[in-house]
Design a protein around this ligand. Sequence first.
Ligand code: F6P
Length: 325
Amino acid sequence: MENGKVKIGVLTSGGDAPGMNAAIRAVVRTGINKDCKVIGIHKGYIGLINGDITELKSKDVSDIMNRGGTILHTARCPEMMTEEGISRAAAIYNILGLDGLIVIGGDGSFRGCKALSERGVNAIGIPGTIDLDISCTEYTIGFDTAVNTGLDAIRKLRDTSSSHERCSVVEMMGRDAGYIAMWCAMTGGAEEVLIPESKGVITSDMVIEQILMNRSKGKRHNLVVVAEGVGGTVKLAKKIQDITGIQTRATVLGHLQRGGVPTAVDCMHASMMGYLAVKAILDGEKNKIVAFNRGRYELIDINTALSMTKKIDSEYYDVVKLLSI
Ligand code: F6P
């Protein structure tokens, strides 16, 4: 503690997610209101390792709530996979005299928190990833915006696809997890969804069979959602067209899905989680993840959090198919 003030560091790490700025704003404003000093660390863990920091004042976070991305910038940090990098990050934490480090990021970023906690750092994680693939929490900052971006794209594609009586194959982000794809498939009225979790189980032949069956029942256009981790979207579109004779177009959303103005849901959770992360440090909590489960916020021990698993309810898949015709 420096001059009696609690000193809190904050960084964003891994892939950026809409709502991260709202979380930074909440950390800074809560901290300042509770008489803490808040230090912004640039570009994730590499900024900590290099001591690339700025003190953040209340006005530094004015007008950032509605901006996608992260004003602190972010990076994936291979150095945090090495003993040397972790030790250096912990040493800089001590040199800066921090009482807590708030990390806004995904699972990989939380592994960095765990490694630092083993070297005396008090790391508090806020789940920030569009992928929703953090096991200890039902909500991650950015997911709602990413799903709405995907749904908006689907609705636009549906206009042209139905006008031409075509099939649309749309690829959503999600290298390792299919939550975005599943939610977009359900809310966009897709008839098939291919996600990494069921890779190899749902084959392109099954997709084609479903399309032909739906056409035979009178459907005049089709929508298939593919998660990035399954890949092969353009190839799949070509195969559908070659075998069925139905004109088929592929659309890959890619990084478009990581940007944009965060939704109210993302801003709400980001604000509460930012506030709760600062409160956790002031309450003397150590090495916790702020999570949202069964309608309530909670703090989960980092080791417990990282040992948890979750998977997409297989009933979602059944319902997507059931409702598609
Ligand atoms: O983790 C978020 C995410 O957008 C994934 O959906 C995607 O697979 C990955 O990041 C892309 O990473 P990068 O921006 O480093 O290419």
